[in-house]
Design a protein around this ligand. Sequence first.
Ligand code: G3H
Ligand code: ZN
Length: 287
Amino acid sequence: MLVSAKDMLTKAKEGHYAVGQFNINNLEWTKAVLLTAQECNSPVILGVSEGAGKYMAGYKTIVGMVNGMLEELNITVPVALHLDHGSYEGAKACIEAGFSSIMFDGSHYPIEENIAKTKELVAITNEKGMSIEAEVGSIGGEEDGVVGAGECADPEECKMVADLGVTMLAAGIGNIHGKYPENWTGLSFDTLDAIQKKTGKMPLVLHGGTGIPEDMIKKAIDLGVSKINVNTECQLSFAAATRKYIEEGKDLQGKGFDPRKLLAPGFEAIKATVKEKMELFGSVNKA
Ligand code: G3H
Ligand code: ZN
């Protein structure tokens, strides 16, 4: 059964580790993340962007697929199905479809509007026992059409949004979606520290988890990050493994063109990436 992310993130914050959010794109992605979480005995959050939602034929299809896998793959670790960078309308559609968690990304609105819309969604999600993530400041780069300027969050605004009763808070701290550029100056730990001091027990979310050096990940967890989002890194490992299979001509040998064979190396590559991240984030054996 899908669960809200609240308990897993409260435990992560108290236990000084982070739960990974891994974005899903199709059946292989979903199965790879769920099986790895089970093998690692780790809680996990499946992230679905609005673009991926459309690609997978809609939120209800995804809910059906994930619930089916939880049952038929005997997944017993805590799993939350979470809308990633949702619009107000997208959030409502996911609540309706049976997601267990949503992110409302109102970071591009003036703070008053972000607060008003977040507040309304907090009331709905509370009533349904779902978790909700809000965003303040912005994440740089682009993810699935969501473009951010990358400005660091104002700790005072973070407190205002945390006080609305959200489950988790994403704050811009110099993090960027996609690959980090050569001249990236790193995460702003001063900003993170100030946000953590203002927001207390609130689990903080680090977006743009792809390619952040290990020492920065560990320091971010020490400073109150309890959820880390990874998307691009799974895409890169899937693409590299699939490319290798094709370049070695394996798709032309025997029944190598069968999608169940063609997609197998990418599937294993996603599993390896997810396992590596769960070990780094410290969520192994925390289910
Ligand atoms: O919302 C999802 C993420 O923040 C993932 O970022 O693609 O850079 O790993 P990433
Ligand atoms: Zn993100």
